[in-house]
Every structure is written in C-alpha cells, then in structure tokens.
Design a protein around this ligand. Structure first.
Ligand code: GLN
Length: 254
C-alpha cells in the first residue's frame, strides 16, 4: 500500500525536510517501507506532492515513476518551501493502471487529497456510492481507480460546503460500510478563505503516525525518524489539525 505524509506549520520548510532528507523519509519509504502490513513491498508506481507556496497559491508535481529516479524532483525539493503540503508514493493496487492521473496527491484548486489503501471488491462494492456523482464527474475522473472515486466523493461534499473533516469522515464510514475490510487511510489538506489550513487524516487498517511541536505537525504513514515524540494513530480514528499552530485532535470514527 502506498505511503503518504502531510505537514502544516507556522513557517515554510523545504519539501525535502520531510519528503527526502529524514532517515526514514517518504523517499526511503518508497523503496524500503517498514510497515506495509502485507499490502505490497515497494512504492515504485509513481509519486506526487501538493503544496501551498508563500503567497498561499496551490501547486503540485506528480510523475508515474519511482521517486528515487526523478533527479529533477529530488533537486527541486531542496529549494521549494511550504508551510502546508501533502506528499505520496504509490504502489498500484493489482488491476489499477500506472499513470500520472492515478498518482496521489489529487488536487482541485487548494484541496489536496491522498488515499493509502484499497477498496475491497472494487469496482462493484463502490458502485452505489459512485452513483451519487454526476455523469460529468464520472467521465472526467483522473484515473479508473478506487482512490479517484473516493476523491470525487470528498470533492462533492466540499463543493456543497461541507466541513472538510465531516466530508472525509462521511466518505470513509460509508465506503467502509459498502466495502468491509477496505484499507482507507485518507488525507486531505484544505485552506479556508483566510488561507488557514485544515488537515485531516484517517487510519483504517493501515499505519499512521504524527508528531507535533513548535515546528508544526507532520502526519506520516511511518515515522520519519526515531524521535520518541511520534505517536501512532489508533485504528479506526482520524487526526485533525485546524490551523498552522493547532494541536492535533484524534477522533474515533463512528
Ligand atoms: N488503491 C490505490 C491505487 O491503486 C492506492 C494504492 C495503495 O495505497 N497502495 O492507487
């Protein structure tokens, strides 16, 4: 299963400070993950990053190649700075395509989304939920994958004005009811009208940890280093960070 991370903090940091430099960075988790729980061995089917620049403008970079082969990205990551970003490395679920459109994070304006896991019984198990999407959305999904449908369902809630945390929790609980046994680690970064970010990350049958301090909060599939301050997120719960200096809240999924 893929690996992902997100960071929000009071000051911009380089993407590299979380994505490529730590001893167990996302780059290392791409080729030597430690806690895949039987879902694949390496995360070599693509990667991506979505971030807010200093002026708040959203950007992203994705490529359907192993992160370690993209020397240009490894260089850019040392100089691009952001106070709010999401990054992911992908291990394609069997039967799903390897393409740039299937790589997380997915982005729509300043909404950045990643899914780490699998919807069991795809595609049939998700057909009823996908039926809530309008035809045009279904015709323009970025990829025929479980993650792209989950993203479209979250986006639909956001477009209707739903709170980002409620949007993610609703999609996770209904997808789990429709497809029991699914692995649904979702991650969403959004910004309010004042540019203040909200991060929400769920743990459903997959690894997730977070660390919070004066430099902000980092949430990651696997701790980026051996710091004892990393806290494992209990299964069937969500971590929510509202604002760059907020303390993370852990909520049970009901
Ligand atoms: N099922 C998703 C995909 O194929 C996510 C993969 C994963 O988490 N390994 O893109």
């Amino acid at each position: 299963m893929c690996r992902h991370l997100a960071h929000v903090g009071p000051r911009p940091v380089t993407l590299a400070s979380r994505v490529t430099e730590p001893p167990h960075s996302l780059l290392v988790q791409a080729y030597a993950p430690a806690d895949m729980r039987g879902g694949g061995t390496v995360n070599a089917d693509g990667f991506g990053v979505g971030w807010y620049a200093a002026d708040g403008s959203p950007h992203s970079y994705r490529a359907p190649v192993p992160m370690w082969t993209d020397a240009s990205f490894l260089d850019l990551a040392t100089t691009v700075q952001s106070a709010a970003f999401v990054a992911a490395v992908r291990s394609a679920t069997v039967g799903m395509p390897v393409s740039v459109g299937a790589c997380a994070p997915f982005r729509d304006r300043d909404r950045v989304f990643s899914h780490n896991g699998v919807v069991r019984g795809w595609p049939g198990s998700l057909a009823d939920l996908a039926g809530e999407l309008d035809t045009e959305t279904l015709m323009t999904l970025e990829a025929p994958t479980d993650s792209a449908v989950l993203w479209a369902l979250v986006r639909r809630h956001l477009d209707a004005g739903k709170d980002p945390v409620d949007a993610v929790l609703d999609v996770v609980t209904r997808a789990l009811a429709a497809a029991p046994g699914s692995r649904l680690n979702l991650l969403l970064l959004t910004a309010d009208a004042a540019g203040e970010p909200t991060l929400v990350a769920t743990a459903v049958d997959h690894a997730l940890s977070y660390r919070s301090g004066p430099d902000g909060t980092t949430i990651a599939s696997e701790p980026l280093d051996a710091d004892p301050d990393w806290t494992a997120v209990p299964d069937l719960s969500a971590v929510v960070v509202r604002g760059v200096t907020a303390t993370p809240e852990v909520l049970p999924l009901t």
